[in-house]
Structure formats: C-alpha cells, structure tokens
Design a binder for this molecule. Sequence first.
Ligand SMILES: C[S@@+](CC[C@H](N)C(=O)[O-])C[C@H]1O[C@@H](n2cnc3c(N)ncnc32)[C@H](O)[C@@H]1O
Ligand code: SF4
Length: 402
Amino acid sequence: MNLPHDKFCILPWISLEASPIGTVRPCCLADDEILDNNGNKFELSTANFVDIQISDHMRDLRIKFLAGNRPETCRKCWNEEDAGRKSKRMHTLDRLKHSVKDEPWTTDAKPLMFLDLKLGNICNLKCRICGSWSSSQFATEELNFMPRAEQKSSHAYQMLRAGAWPRKNAQFWSQIDTVLTDIRYIEFTGGEPFMIAEHFAMLQGIVDRGIAHQVEIHYNTNGTQYPEKAIEIWRHFKTVEIAFSIDDLDQRFEYQRTNAVWTEVCDNLERFRQLRTQYPNIQLQCCSTVNVFNVRYIDQLAWWISEQNFNFVYWNIMHDAWYFSIATLPDAAKTAITHHLRFNAAPACYQQDINGVIDFMNGGASTDGSVLRSNIAELDRKRNQDLKKVAPELADILGYEN
Ligand SMILES: C[S@@+](CC[C@H](N)C(=O)[O-])C[C@H]1O[C@@H](n2cnc3c(N)ncnc32)[C@H](O)[C@@H]1O
Ligand code: SF4
C-alpha cells in the first residue's frame, strides 16, 4: 500500500468510533468529537455514518494528513511515537495494510473498514471505576440519591438519555448495514455489548452478505452474560476475540463490580472455554484494569489468570478518574504496595508487567488520599458495602475508617 508520507494515518479515511453516549470520533484516541457543518457534535441518535464521513470536519482532518501535518487531535499517537512506542496509527497500518485497496489518497473518505462501536451505556453492573458515561446502572444509582428537583438537569440524567441511543435510532441499524461492505474489524467495547441484541442482527447482515470470513470482531465484556444465540453467528467470522474484564477475585471482584456474581462469571468463562474447543476462531482474552482497588492484589490476580488458559492478557492502566489512579495514591500506600508486590512473586510471564505497574505507580504525583477515601466512603454508604471487610489490607494501607 502506497502512503503519502511516513506520518500518515489511514483511520480518518476508513474508521469511526461511536462513544457510549453516541458522539463520534475518527478513532478512540482522537481528542475531538466530530462536528457537523453547523459546529454541533454529531449524535448517533439521529446522524448516520455517511454524513459523518463526508463532513467538513473529517475532510479537514484528511487535508491535514495529506499536507504532511501532525494534527493536534491525534496528539496521543504522536506522544506515544515520540516516546519510541508503537502507536495506534502504526498498529492499524500493520493490521489493515493488506486489505486497503492501493488507490490514491484524496480528501474523500474510503469505505469503512474499522469500526469501534461503544453501543450506548446499557449495562447491568455499576463498577466503581466506571461511571454513568458507560453504565446505565451507575447513572440510575446517581439519580436515586439525588433530590427529585435536581434530577432532570443532572449529568446522570443526560447520560441515561444519551446512552440509550442504540435503542432510540432504529434506523442506525439498517443504515449501518449499507456501509459494511468493506469492513474488516469491529470492536464492541462499551456498555455491556452482549446486552445489546441489535448488534447481533448487524453481524447477521455481514454473514448474509458472505463476507464474515474476512471480518474480525473484538468484544470487551463484564463476563456476566453468555449469549447462547450468538454462536450461530460468530462461527462465520474470521476471529471473535472476547476480552473478559476481570480486575480482581471473589468478593473483591464483586465489591468493585457491583451486581456481578463471581461464581457466575467463572461459570461463563468455562462455557466460553468449551466453545473455543469447538470453534477455533474464538479467542479468549483477559483485560485487567489496574486501579487503586486491585493494585495491592494483582499478584493473586496474576496467579489466577495464569491458570485460566487465556489466549492473551492485557494489563490496562486506569487514568481517569484521577483519584482511582494508582499514580495518585499516598506515598505510604505506594511504599506498602511496592513492598508487597516485590516480596510476593507473580508468575514469571507477568512479572515484567507488574514491574511496569510498580514503576507507573511510583512515578506519579502522590496525593494525601483524602479525595479517594471520601469517594470510597460515599459509595460504601450508598451500596451498603465496606472496603474494610472485603479488602482489609488495602483499607489499612489507605487509612480508611469510614
Ligand atoms: C467500559 S467497559 C465496557 C465493556 C464491558 N462492560 C466491560 O466491562 O468489559 C470497557 C473496559 O473499560 C474498563 N474500564 C472501566 N472503567 C474504566 C476507567 N475509568 N478507565 C479505564 N478503563 C475502564 C473496563 O474494566 C473494561 O475492561
Ligand atoms: S461492566 Fe463495563 S460498562 Fe458496565 S459498569 Fe462495569 S466497566 Fe462499566
């Protein structure tokens, strides 16, 4: 594939990302949401992908790349590359370079090949590190603890309305079917994707066209669902990667992922493992998001993961909300956690990842932990939970009294 220059990114031509609240970006790392020609954010509760691709906003971005610029909205990729790491821009080129037709790059969009679909915020859990932006349960809880008079003007209310976009815009599902001819890779990573039944009809449309064998799909799931009927659809795809979001074990898992039942998630994982033996196109991953709640225990988590036979394990570092980021833990907590992780070896295959976690934690600007403690206490009160009971070592390290 010929590219105009070595800082060129193909994503503004062939990709779109839908956020859980239905706004759209060229990819999940771009800073700016795409605006229509009146300067308003496109919203998938009304807009369609074709109009978004041909918007002036997207055309301007393509012009910048054609001119050899490094657009500001893509700064996360430039930062990665300047630090000597492989960026999403580079990963995407590797993944799709054999699939993009070798035709001139103009200011016009090309057929969509890569979709990152966060299908609203419909979710059965309210994980502590998540929020109303991705969880309808979280938004509902916030509303329930608010005076009635404030509800309608609240952020949670807006999120609840905006996050229902996949259910509001039935046309989205029929029109998307018409732009999928060249699709190669689809990610479903927002809300709880297995609860959005509409997306299975979209996948069936790809199967019916006879092109599923060239399409890879990726899910992030909370593991509470086993979509029995999906198997008949999934078996036609090139690969189906299912990433289980498992950040901790047993009661700590249930504490962090309120409404989830650990044994049910383990049972579902086992059912997926069985499925993988029948359908080799299915790949199972573990996505563990490292945050203040689990960092003290990731050695235990790593041992558990090593026994689960995942095809791939991703240690995801959490950045927002800042007070749940391990980088902002108090100095005394960082020292205690570092000591624990240095003296409790993890499986050798994950030791380097854990060393990276320790370095990240200790490299950040510490706080006194007061905002963290008050956030934990507020949710403990609302949910009738107690950090001291489920994670006494962590509560002790944080000086958490409640
Ligand atoms: C928002 S969830 C949506 C998909 C699905 N419900 C799940 O939990 O996997 C996607 C991933 O983001 C992670 N996540 C949740 N809150 C996060 C945060 N504040 N920062 C970074 N990742 C987060 C989750 O653990 C999960 O792996
Ligand atoms: S399961 Fe996923 S979307 Fe739902 S609350 Fe947890 S992290 Fe957020």
